[in-house]
Design a protein around this ligand. Structure first.
Ligand code: ZN
Length: 391
C-alpha cells in the first residue's frame, strides 16, 4: 500500500526540490513545525526526492523504481527512526540493540498498514542509546541500491529527554557534523527549543506551517472514513495540522486521543473558574503524583480553552470549540472575564507547561496552576456561573 499523498507545504517543497536539483541541499536538515503538521510525511517525501533517479526541480518523478519503493516505505536506503517504547532488557548490549531494531521494524510495518495516525500518543516513547548505535552502524555501510542513503529521525528532541544520555546524542552528533558523502539526515521536531544546541547548530532548518482549515477538511473527507460533520469539527480544532485533526476523529466507538484531552482540559478550565476552591483541589488530586511529562499535551489543550474564552469576549465567531460556544459566551459574561486577564492566564499555562517537562509533581503543579488561574481570571465581584454544559 502506498503512503497517502503529501498535502500542502508547496513553498517548502519547491525550496527543497530546487536546492536538490542544484546539488545544494544540506546533508543535515531539521524540519520543525507544530505537532501533526505533516513533518513525517514531508520527511518521507524528501527521502523519496533524494533517492529518485529522475528527480527534477519540481520534485521526485513518482514512477521510477526508487520512487515506487520509497512510496511504500520499502526502499532499502530509506531509514526511518521513530521514538519507540523501550523493549525489556535481553541481558546484553548486542541483544538489546537487536530488540530495538526489531521494535523499529514492527513499528514501520504498522505505519505501512495505517499511515495516517493521530499526532498524540499516551505511551512513553524515546529514541534510545541503542537506536543511535544501530543508526551509526547502518550509516557506515553505505547505500544498498540507490546512489544515496537517507536517515529520517522523528522527534529528535527525544534523543535526550528519555535516556538523559549525552552518549546517545554524541553518537549521532559525530555523524551530523561530517556526514559521509552519500548520506543525508532529516531530523524532525515539534519542539526545536528542547533539542540539544549542538544538533540545532549542525542542521539547516526548514519550518512547516499549518494548512488552511478547508484543506485539512478536504483531506479528511478524501482519506479517512470520517463523516463530513466529524471532519468539519476536527479540521476546525486542528490548527491546520492533519495529524492533530486525525486525533479528534472518533476511534471506533471511543473518542480519539485529542478529543479525550479536549474534554479533560475542559474540566480543568471549568474548575479553574468555579467559585469553590475545593473543586480545584479535587481535580488536581485526580492526577498521579508523578509523571508530569504526560501533562504537556493536556496543558496545550487547556490553552485552546483560554483562547476561546478570549474570543467569546470579543469575537465569538472565532471560537474553535464550537460545541461549547454557548457555555463559553455565557461563562465569559457571568464571570466578567477580560481579554487582558485571559492573556495573563495563557502565560501561566505556558509556564506550567515548561515546568511539566521537568521532574515535578503533577498534583502540585495542577493545584497551583488552577488556583493561580482563578485568581488571575476572576475578578472578586463576579457572580457564580450557571449550570455547566458542553462538551
Ligand atoms: Zn523517481
Amino acid at each position: 500500500m502506498n503512503l497517502h499523498p503529501l498535502e500542502g507545504h508547496r513553498e517548502a517543497r519547491a525550496a527543497v526540490a530546487g536546492a536538490a536539483a542544484r546539488r545544494r541541499l544540506p546533508q543535515a536538515l531539521l524540519l520543525h513545525g507544530p505537532s501533526g503538521v505533516g513533518k513525517q510525511r514531508f520527511a518521507l517525501w524528501l527521502g523519496q526526492l533524494l533517492l529518485c533517479a529522475e528527480a527534477t526541480a519540481d520534485g521526485p518523478c513518482d514512477t521510477c523504481q526508487d520512487c515506487r519503493l520509497a512510496l511504500r516505505v520499502e526502499h532499502p536506503d530509506l531509514h526511518w527512526y521513530l521514538p519507540l517504547r523501550k523493549p525489556p532488557s535481553k541481558g546484553s548490549r548486542e541483544r538489546d540493540d537487536e530488540a530495538l531494531e526489531d521494535a523499529r521494524t514492527a513499528r514501520i510495518e504498522e505505519l505501512r498498514a495505517q499511515p495516517l495516525q493521530p499526532s498524540h500518543s499516551d505511551e512513553p516513547l524515546g529514541i534510545h542509546l541503542g537506536t543511535a548505535r544501530n543508526l551509526r552502524r547502518r550509516a557506515s555501510t553505505g547505500p544498498a541500491m540507490a546512489a544515496r542513503q537517507v536517515f529520517l529521525i522523528a522527534n529528535a528532541e527525544e534523543l535526550v529527554a528519555q535516556d538523559a544520555s549525552p552518549e546517545a546524542a554524541n553518537a549521532l552528533l559525530k555523524l551530523l557534523e561530517e556526514p559521509p558523502g552519500h548520506t543525508w539526515f532529516v531530523l524532525t521536531s515539534a519542539e526545536p527549543g528542547r533539542l540539544l544546541s549542538t544538533i540545532r547548530s549542525r542542521t539547516s532548518s526548514l519550518h512547516l506551517s499549518g494548512l488552511p482549515e478547508e484543506q485539512v477538511f478536504r483531506f479528511l473527507v478524501e482519506h479517512t472514513n470520517a463523516a463530513e460533520s466529524e471532519a468539519r469539527k476536527a479540521a476546525r480544532l486542528s490548527s491546520g495540522a492533519i495529524g492533530r485533526a486525525v486525533g479528534f476523529l472518533p476511534d471506533g466507538d471511543d473518542d480519539g486521543p485529542l478529543e479525550e484531552l479536549r474534554k479533560e482540559s475542559f474540566r480543568l478550565i471549568r474548575d479553574a473558574l468555579s467559585p469553590r476552591g475545593r473543586d480545584r483541589f479535587a481535580r488536581a488530586l485526580d492526577y498521579r503524583p508523578s509523571g508530569a511529562r504526560g501533562l504537556r499535551e493536556l496543558l496545550g489543550a487547556l490553552e485552546l480553552w483560554l483562547r476561546d474564552l478570549s474570543a467569546a469576549t470579543t469575537a465569538p465567531d472565532r471560537i474553535l470549540n464550537h460545541d461549547a460556544a454557548d457555555w463559553l459566551v455565557r461563562t465569559a459574561g457571568e464571570r466578567g472575564l477580560h481579554p487582558t486577564r485571559l492573556a495573563q492566564g495563557l502565560d501561566l499555562v505556558q509556564e506550567a507547561r515548561a515546568q511539566a517537562a521537568g521532574n515535578v509533581n503533577p498534583q502540585l503543579l495542577l493545584a497551583g496552576l488552577l488556583m493561580e488561574l482563578h485568581r488571575t481570571l476572576v475578578p472578586k465581584s463576579s457572580t457564580a456561573p450557571g449550570p455547566v454544559g458542553a462538551p
